[in-house]
Write a protein that binds this ligand. Structure first.
Ligand SMILES: O=C([O-])CC(=O)C(=O)O
Ligand SMILES: [Mg+2]
Length: 388
């Protein structure tokens, strides 16, 4: 059993939107295919992965460092000791050969994307959905296929205006979402307040709004917003300050009693641990958004979940960034609190298998081998093109 080829293509996911920090006019991602010599249903098993929005394609680094390490390794060194399968943990160690500690963002996206494809292949070889495999190997044995999802959008679009924002948010509510998210910090506070209130006017009982500052604010601005946002009953106040400014995050707990969320730009267990140690996050109400696709993959995410447990945090406080099916599978298999979803953005990479509907804020994952990409026809077309 061996990996015979690994391919990468950098794909555009660009649009006119901007958040408080960046615009997405040149955004790309890496799509990866790990081709194996294992045959299932008469075809070679191919695992697929891609990175979430926000960090661009990673192809040159993959080709320079990570693909050669896997393809040049002794194939037997990548195999599971007890199962007839690849071992994602051994593959991860091989990928990380001669990589120094620290400085995680430089390579964590490349490794996380390859890791996603490896888990997809491993679950396909075992002939079951990844969520089932994860529940059996690392969870309580039984997945919960019903997963909470929220609709992320509400970016700053040229010329969208308040009515355009309301139309967008209403369309998410009409599609079955109970929580919608919009950006803040890309306009003056007064305008952001008007945008928030316009969305709040749409909400019916049981529906909520989250806001995301994308790490834009210094401490005084984050506090000013905290005071303004305290007037609304928000689902969460996300990433107020720089993702690595744990002191800012900790101080904000003195100014904002409602739930806060952060972590999408922390790219290793060690960085996540610093947030837990020093960021003043509150396990009874706050949310953690570490995204495996950007942070060394599921092998590392398992370490992060262990770290959280040691610090008294439940996996239910995790609602990952990124809107991909990999985190949906982890949520169903290991009991996370839910997953992000971008109903209209970054397609065809985000979203759910065809036919999966959002009902009262939840989706139910179908029984597809692997992560489930083959069930999403527009996405699978891109994947097949890469592999053929
Ligand atoms: O706008 C972005 O960079 C994405 C983001 O923060 C999110 O989905 O929470
Ligand atoms: Mg965010």
């Amino acid at each position: 059993m061996k990996i015979v080829d690994i391919r990468e293509a950098t794909k555009p996911i660009k649009s006119d939107i901007r958040n408080a920090y960046i615009d997405f006019s040149r955004m790309t991602l890496s799509l990866v295919a790990v081709v194996t010599d294992v045959v299932r249903d008469g075809k070679p098993v191919i695992g697929y992965g891609f990175n979430s929005n926000g960090r661009y394609g990673q192809g040159s680094m993959m080709r320079e460092r990570f693909f050669p390490r896997l393809l040049e390794a002794d194939p037997a060194s990548l195999l599971d000791d007890v199962r007839d399968n690849f071992d994602p943990h051994k593959i991860w160690r091989t990928l990380m050969t001669n990589e120094k500690p620290g400085g995680h963002g430089e390579r964590s996206v490349a490794v996380g994307t390859i890791d996603m494809a490896v888990w997809d292949a491993v679950a396909k070889i075992e002939g079951k959905p990844l969520f089932q495999l994860l529940a059996e190997r690392y969870g309580n044995g039984t997945p919960n296929r019903k997963v909470f999802v929220y609709a992320a959008g509400g970016y700053y679009w040229p010329g969208q205006g308040i009515e355009g924002l309301q139309r967008e948010m209403q369309s998410y509510l009409d599609r079955g979402y109970s929580v919608v998210k919009k950006k803040i910090g890309g306009a003056p506070l007064d305008e952001d307040r008007r945008r928030i209130e316009a969305v709040l006017r749409l909400l019916k009982p049981g529906q909520e709004l989250a806001v995301d500052a994308n790490g834009r604010f210094d401490l005084p601005t984050a506090i000013e917003y905290a005071k303004a946002l305290s007037n609304y009953d928000l689902f969460w106040y996300e990433e107020p300050g720089d993702p690595l400014d744990y002191a800012l995050q900790a101080e904000l707990a003195n100014h904002y009693a409602g739930p806060m969320a952060t972590g999408e730009n922390l790219f290793s267990m060690q960085d996540a641990r610093n947030l837990i140690r020093y960021g003043g996050m509150r396990p009874d109400r706050d949310w953690l958004q570490f995204d495996c696709a950007l942070s060394y993959g599921l092998v590392e995410y398992l370490r992060t979940l262990d770290m959280l447990k040691e610090h008294g945090w439940s996996p239910r406080r995790c609602v990952p960034h990124g809107g991909h099916q990999m985190s949906l599978a982890i949520a169903a298999g290991l009991g996370l609190g839910g997953n992000e979803s971008y109903p209209d953005l970054f397609q065809p990479y985000g979203g759910f298998p065809d036919g999966v509907q959002v009902e009262d804020g939840y989706v139910t994952l179908p029984d597809l081998p692997g992560i489930g990409f083959e069930g999403k026809s527009d996405l699978y077309r891109e994947m097949r093109d890469l592999a053929s």
